[in-house]
Design a protein around this ligand. Structure first.
Ligand code: SF4
Length: 294
């Protein structure tokens, strides 16, 4: 079996065209952007190439906590080769992935060639896409683009998924144009106060909705709304109303799996699971608004 993979890797698939591609150019621009980092709307302005760290703490060479064939995502995209970058641009008090999101040093340094070998092995095992997540993939934009540039000659039709909190800068969104097929996008807060309180993020609603409009023009969106306990009228309802009026055609996943984690116990109002009544009410609203519930 090992001999088969070696042959497959070296002979059967043609080697990469040495001419620079548009993807190479985008990757070079993204690498340049981390010298005055504005990959996300935190706009730290640090020189990550010089070893400076911004809010996310992600170094110039991001680290990968794990990457594997994931069967737990939406049924339409599994099995999904999911690459978990360490570090995040948010600080969600209830983070369900806090062990890798809050520690950008977790795992090993990302190597695009090794990642491509792993993705190609995943294809042999039935993987349907390459799914870039974290933490959040935004601080690793340059590595994602490098990886896709190396992967492209071998698997040009493999869908690329951007699995994100959607707090990227407008420049980052532009670089993703023509590269990302599916935005697996979280939309969680219906107002800026809740976003600031629970995720330490400013101007949330305007920036995330702006990026969703861009993503809608650039590719497919699979939208995820994680129902937070006690946040139906302030968050879930305004989000659903916004989706119904701006992009009623998008796949809409109303998620009920919230459980208190990380530092949720510091906020008694979210230190519980959503009630059966809250879930039923949220679902009824989504149906009333005729959202395309996945
Ligand atoms: S990606 Fe990280 S360093 Fe860059 S602007 Fe965002 S938080 Fe700051």
């Amino acid at each position: 079996m090992v001999a088969f993979y070696e042959a497959w890797n070296s002979c059967i698939i043609p080697p990469r065209d040495p001419k620079p591609s548009l993807l190479d150019l985008k990757a070079a621009i993204a690498r340049h952007m981390i010298e005055d980092c504005r990959l996300c709307e935190r706009s730290c302005g640090v020189n990550r190439e010089d070893g400076e760290l911004g809010y996310c703490g992600v170094p110039a060479t991001p680290r990968i906590a794990s990457n594997f064939l994931h069967f737990g995502e939406e049924p339409e995209i599994v099995p999904s080769h999911t690459i978990f970058f360490s570090g995040c641009t948010f600080r969600c008090a209830y983070c369900q992935n806090w062990d890798i999101a809050m520690d950008a040093r977790c795992g090993s340094s990302a190597d695009p060639a090794a990642l491509v070998a792993s993705i190609r092995e995943g294809i042999v095992q039935g993987s349907r896409n390459a799914n870039f997540v974290g933490g959040d993939p935004t601080p690793a934009l340059h590595t994602v683009l490098d990886t896709l540039a190396v992967l492209d000659p071998y698997a040009p039709n493999l869908p690329a998924i951007w699995n994100s909190n959607m707090y990227a800068s407008a420049e980052t969104m532009r670089l993703l144009d023509g590269v990302i097929d599916v935005y697996l996008a979280d939309f969680r807060y219906g107002n800026d106060d809740c976003a600031l309180k629970y995720s330490s993020v400013e101007n949330y609603f305007g920036l995330v909705s702006r990026n969703l409009v861009t993503a809608h023009e650039q590719g497919e969106i699979m939208l995820r709304l994680l129902l937070l306990p006690g946040h139906l009228s302030c968050c879930a309802a305004p989000i659903m109303e916004w989706v119904a009026s701006h992009m009623p055609d998008v796949y809409f996943n109303l998620m009920f799996q919230y459980h208190p984690d990380y530092r949720a116990s510091l906020y008694p109002e979210i230190d519980r699971r959503p009630s059966a009544e809250e879930k039923a009410e949220a679902l009824a609203l989504a149906r009333r608004l005729r959202l395309r519930i996945g």
